[in-house]
Each structure stands twice: as C-alpha cells, then as structure tokens.
Ligand binder design. Sequence first.
Ligand code: G3P
Ligand code: CA
Length: 238
Amino acid sequence: MAHRGWSGIAPENTLSSIKLALEEPKIHAIEIDIQLTKDGVPIVFHDKILDRTTNGTGALKNKTLAELKALDAGSWFDEQFAGEEIPTLEEVLQLVNGQKPLYIELKQVGDLYLGLELKTIELIRRYGLEDQCSLISFDHKSLQTCMKIAPEISRTLVMMGSPLLLAEQVNEIQATSVSMYAEYIDQLMIDSLVRNGTEIVIWTVDDPAEADRIASYGADVLFTSNRPDQLWTREAAM
Ligand code: G3P
Ligand code: CA
C-alpha cells in the first residue's frame, strides 16, 4: 500500500504521488490522510500545520479551501513539483475512481473536525465507491461514528503500541482490517490476528529486512510503504 500516495518519489498526499501509485501495477492499494478546511471541505493532508509540506504556515483548520488551494505543496519535496496543489478528497476520489483500493485516514482527534466522518461518507457514496474505500482511524470513536452512518463501508482501526484490547476493539466495530505499527509486531500478535480472521496491514515498512522479519511470522500481510519498490524485489525472491 502506497503511504500518502507514493510519497518516497513525489510529494506526499498530492495527485502526483497518487497518479504514480496508480500507474505501478505492483502497488496494490493507496493510503491518504484527510482533514476539514475552515469552510468544511474534506482535504487531503497529513500534518495539523502547513509548515512542513507547503509554503504556508499555521493550522490547516483555520484556512478556507481557497486559501489552501493557493499554496504550493510540491516545492518542499522537489522543484519539479512546484505549484502542486493540496487536493480535496473529491479530486482524489475522481482520480482513483475504484482503480485500486483507497484507504482514507480520518485525522480526527476527539471533535477537532466536526462532521468529517459524514462529509467523507457522503462523498464516497456520491461516487459509488463504498466497496473500493476503507475508512481508517486511530480514533475508535470516529470509527464508531462511521459504522453508525455507513455500516457498508469497511473500517480499518490503526493501532500504535501493544494493543492489549486489540481483538475486543476490532470485533466491537466489526473492522475488516487492522493496521499495526511495525515495531510492535511479533509472532504472538500475528497469530492472534490470524485466529481472529482479521486482514493485517502493517505501517510503515521501507526496510526490506524489516519486511523479512515480519514475513517470517508466516501470515499474509499488506505493508504500507513509502518505498514499495524496495520491497517487491524481496517478495519475488521469497
Ligand atoms: O495508516 C497508518 C499510518 O498512515 C498512520 O500514520 O502518521 O503516517 O498518518 P501517519
Ligand atoms: Ca496516514
């Protein structure tokens, strides 16, 4: 799964990074992050503040769509991407259009983005992409909201840390997948997820040796990676 689009070779969460991931047949799925603009539009962006990946400053939630669209989200990565815009979720849905599974991470923290879940789901439904999208969150409550509004759209619970309540939480929201932080993965955890019948996603793996360590536990897993090209040569050799 290409993390924030193919973010190792193009600016993260931009149409360029997503187009590259769509074109590469060895990339199976795409992950993006979304937040809400000041005027309530779901927009594709990772950080809470604009400074690292644009020529803007300050909190994204205090900017309107028009203000965000005027920013350059490409030059920080490489001058060849100068002028790249921050895409809206709608633009990304139109681009991906079911060609590959799209994992949409809602950057919800408590009530920071009121209505983010509903607005995201409305867009997915408008484009008829319920079967091609999965809603991701670290926030269990946000996924509960998603489940109530749209039980038909799959949910991926992201975990960081050793998840003592993992199976219980996965089952409570009927998550189809669980996305785990690579550092905490061990044989015991893999075995319990396999027993539970949950699809296993592991983030973020760029190092082939780390991929080999996890593969040695013997389960089918989907790696989220900024450099999937560094992993598939390994996959072919195994
Ligand atoms: O999907 C899991 C992973 O993307 C979460 O971390 O900070 O890269 O959004 P982050
Ligand atoms: Ca993410």
